[in-house]
Write a protein that binds this ligand. Structure first.
Ligand SMILES: [Zn+2]
Length: 110
């Protein structure tokens, strides 16, 4: 299996607990290397996919959707609402799944 290489130090990532998958292009870093990366780099590349941020976003989107449903009188559980809800969740869970299948599984679990 081809090694997963860190974009920060160009060394292979040996353990899944060290792996950080970042942004929509699934860049791979050691967690430590990503933590050391400049704020600019982190801003451009985005969030770690295999970290807690993604679940916060998922939680936030659903919280906002259901918050709107309960508190705004003109928001109803109609076809449009369901479409946005399902699409939003599918995108986030899909990204997480792609990262897992195409990147994380290539790094041995420790
Ligand atoms: Zn590294």
């Amino acid at each position: 299996m081809k090694d997963v290489i860190c974009q920060g130090c160009n060394k292979p990532i040996r353990r899944r607990s060290e792996l950080a998958v970042v942004g929509k292009t699934f860049l791979t870093y050691h967690r430590d290397c990503y933590a050391r990366a400049s704020l600019g780099t982190r801003f451009v590349h985005g969030y770690r996919i295999n970290g807690p941020a993604l679940w916060y976003i998922l939680f936030l989107i659903n919280g906002m959707m259901f918050g709107a449903l309960f508190f705004l009188p003109n928001v109803k559980m109609d076809g449009e609402f369901k479409t946005i809800l399902i699409f939003g969740n599918a995108v986030i869970i899909g990204i997480r799944l792609l990262s897992y299948i195409f990147v994380e599984l290539r790094v041995p679990k420790d």
